[in-house]
Design a protein around this ligand. Sequence first.
Ligand SMILES: Nc1ncnc2c1ncn2[C@@H]1O[C@H](COP(=O)(O)OP(=O)(O)OP(=O)(O)O)[C@@H](O)[C@H]1O
Ligand SMILES: [Mg+2]
Length: 313
Amino acid sequence: MGLLDRRLLFVTGKGGVGKTTVSAALARCAVAGGRRVLLCQADGAGSLAAAFDVPPAGFDPVEIEPGLHLMAMDTEASLREYLKLHLRLPLGGRLGPLATVFDFVAGAAPGVKEILSVGKIAYEVRERHYDLVVVDAPASGHVISQLAAPQGIRELVAVGLIRNETEWMGDLLADPEVTAAVLVATPEEMPVTETLELLGRIRSETEVSVAAIVVNRVLPELFNRREAALFDRLAEPGDWRSELVRHNGDAVHHVLEAAALATRLRRSRAAHLARLRDAAPDVAQVYLPFLFARPHGTRAVQLLADALSAELD
Ligand SMILES: Nc1ncnc2c1ncn2[C@@H]1O[C@H](COP(=O)(O)OP(=O)(O)OP(=O)(O)O)[C@@H](O)[C@H]1O
Ligand SMILES: [Mg+2]
């Protein structure tokens, strides 16, 4: 089943590897495929909005492009919406004194904030307001408590309203045809190590399946085989090179050194890619290129969305 055929994707990974950018690109890709998408910022205020060059969104989704909706998670607003929907409490703008109770409960009981956050997301999926919900989720570690929130509550409460209200969420999160986590990594030592740890923890501590590892910032291969042979000859001191230097000066050395560095970097990163593939052979891996152009804003998102759709085909 295709990655974008699911209805709920949690995008997570180490800090700074490109979770927000990849969430945005996945959403763009799905929209291009004709789907109505909700992008939810569960972490990092406003950064998804910045990726689309739009003002930060609030709890109420805004359509920022045809078919693409953006919202930011807010657990207090989620509680307010829940109370309004289910208990028909006439609540005005803010929760007022209830907010104090909420802060107290959320501070005292583990998983309350997480369940309100996951609950809102799962609710949007269940109600089929969108074809796909993409969550720019918290980084490794923090994401576990979110993904495991429904089962945590299930273990805590045996019967009753809260039990019923979290059971369907747990079922939705545990269904691999509906929900999946997407891990973002980069081809470097620490991000690969952390990705493998996170994969292990999601598998052992949550019921959510991992659909793919997106390796971001992969360096392109500079030369094909023939070009590489030519480059090796150029890099050797010899008549040909002396002739070039005579006409062009030290610039020749600089160009060759830069190309040699790029090639070395790419080869060293290839080792990390291989390690990731060997350690997680059963998880689909998708490579996204390192962008040398201004790496933010909608242009970057579109470049990565194009790369993604080529890889997902
Ligand atoms: N493929 C890429 N090539 C070059 N730069 C990239 C690429 N992907 C992301 N970036 C840049 O790297 C930086 C971090 O990306 P992003 O904000 O998406 O990471 P993040 O994992 O969401 O970070 P955080 O953990 O802080 O939320 C940004 O400046 C982004 O523009
Ligand atoms: Mg981010």
